[in-house]
Design a protein around this ligand. Structure first.
Ligand code: PNW
Length: 457
């Protein structure tokens, strides 16, 4: 295949998440999520922003699907809001909530777009936070599985691509962790690291039970994946020694050993357990078998990575701090490391031993300081620069034979960027929050052209 060319069956897409775009937080029987409570608490979200209106996607979904058609994507990743479907978190199903997703999915299917649904993208029902501290309790995993059954049995005739949970490390460690800055909902600082790891262990269990629930409830053969924000280690250069160092570092870097390892290999990495020591979570007999479910694909959210080099110390590697002035996009953590996509995919195949597991880049994108010019346009050449480099890196993985099947840009339109509220714009469409007008940015046209030519343009 020519350089930067993509195969015919490559899945081009964009991604969003329910709380970040839907708004309509008290409509159709929905009850609060932890993000409603958190964002309504002064001082938690920049400018006191909340998801109350967000992009009003709940009402404007038809228009948004038309924009996807213009873009030329054939795949759309979105998430389903648990508190819309089961407002109290457990018990009665709210059919009106289901109906919204039926309308959305039917609209997508009519437009020739395959829906990829994430069952949990951080909007836990507040009721379960009040009842038992949500992810602090093992019960959360079982209630999640019941919610999954309720969704899949009702929508499984229309949706065949399911993702259980988005970025386990993020919402647990930033929601309960003592070091999170800024924190995420519910913004609870638990007392020990062990308790933080217990929340992510419960989320892993929820993933495993969720996989089983999807397969049991789906009326048709379906496709099940996890979405991980795997910490990618990138060799400082591709010498044999530095590559070996990057592989070794993967076991603990960004705490991969406590999230992606148990999912794919059936055990926390020994390096991670050693590092955690007394902070390791309590793992009940049978948990790891549940967590280690067969997957049809792995979703990777890749924005950045960590450079590694081989050194002569006990571990044989060193994670490198970036020099002052290293280029980054409009987030404190968004360092530009385009090779992280290539290495993320290669590590799944080689380092984690999942040679044939299909990989989807379920999120890649960046925030930029977008401005509407006098002609009413947004010319985000910085975002194009970022995306172009990462997409080239993705195509390198394909050209070397790694099983990358699809790529989803984060995100369709500017939206509620969690603790940063509306102050950070990640969209390839500009959202004017006062009018809800959508303005496709220059990056939208760039991406449309890549899709048309199946090539990085
Ligand atoms: C992801 N980090 O979160 C989420 O899946 C999206 O909902 C979010 O809008 C997007 O990335 C942009 O932030 C991340 O600190 C949060 O490295 C934090 C990090 C990475 C991804």
């Amino acid at each position: 295949m020519n350089q930067n060319q993509f195969p015919e069956d490559f899945c081009w897409g964009v991604a969003t998440a329910s709380y970040q775009i839907e708004g309509a937080i008290a409509e159709g029987g929905r009850k609060p999520s932890v993000w409603d409570t958190f964002s309504a608490t002064p001082g938690r979200v920049v400018n006191g922003d909340t998801g109350e209106f967000a992009c009003d996607h709940y009402h404007q979904y038809e228009n948004d699907v038309q924009l996807m058609v213009k873009l030329g994507i054939k795949h759309y990743r979105f998430s389903i809001a648990w508190p819309r479907v089961i407002p109290d978190g457990r018990g009665k199903v709210n059919e009106e909530g289901i109906d919204f997703y039926k309308r959305l999915v039917d609209c997508l299917l009519e437009a020739g777009i395959t829906p990829h649904a994430t069952l949990f993208h951080w909007d836990s029902p507040q009721a379960l936070e009040d009842l038992y501290g949500s992810w602090q309790s093992r019960q959360m995993a079982f209630d999640f599985a019941d919610y999954v059954s309720a969704v899949v049995s009702r929508l499984g005739d229309r949706i065949t691509h399911w993702m259980t949970i988005n970025e386990i490390l993020c919402f647990t460690h930033m929601g309960y962790g003592v070091e999170a800055d800024p924190p995420h909902a519910p913004g609870k600082r638990v007392n020990t690291q062990k308790e933080v790891w217990q929340t992510s262990h419960h989320a892993l269990l929820a993933h495993g039970l969720g996989c089983q629930a999807i397969r049991a409830a789906s009326p048709t053969p379906c496709h099940v994946a996890l979405v991980d924000n795997f910490g990618v280690t990138v060799p400082i250069n591709e010498s044999i020694a530095h590559i070996a160092a990057a592989k070794k570092a993967l076991h603990t870097c960004f705490q991969n050993g406590g999230i992606i390892f148990p999912v794919l290999t059936g055990s926390y990495s020994s390096a991670m357990l050693e590092e955690l020591g007394k902070d390791a979570p309590e793992i009940k007999p049978g948990d790891l078998e549940i967590i280690h479910q067969p997957l049809d694909a792995l979703g990777l959210n890749i924005y950045t990575g960590t450079y590694v080099r081989a050194v002569d110390n006990e571990r044989g590697y060193e994670l490198l701090d970036l020099p002052k002035g290293y280029p980054r996009m409009h987030m404190p953590w968004l360092n530009i490391l385009p090779e992280s996509i290539y290495w993320g995919i290669r590590h799944v195949s080689e380092t984690l031993g999942q040679k044939d597991l299909p990989v989807f880049i379920t999120e890649n994108g960046c925030a930029a300081e977008d401005e509407v010019n006098a002609k009413g346009e947004v010319i985000d050449t910085d975002r194009i620069m970022y995306l172009r480099q990462y997409l080239k890196s993705a195509s390198r993985a394909i050209s070397e034979g790694y099983p990358l099947k699809g790529y989803f840009v984060w995100t369709l339109m500017d939206n509620f960027e969690w603790a940063w509220g509306y102050s950070r714009r990640f969209g390839i469409i500009y959202t004017d929050y006062s009018t809800q007008n959508r303005i496709p940015k220059a990056s939208f046209d760039w991406y449309a052209e890549c899709i048309r030519q199946r090539r990085v343009v």
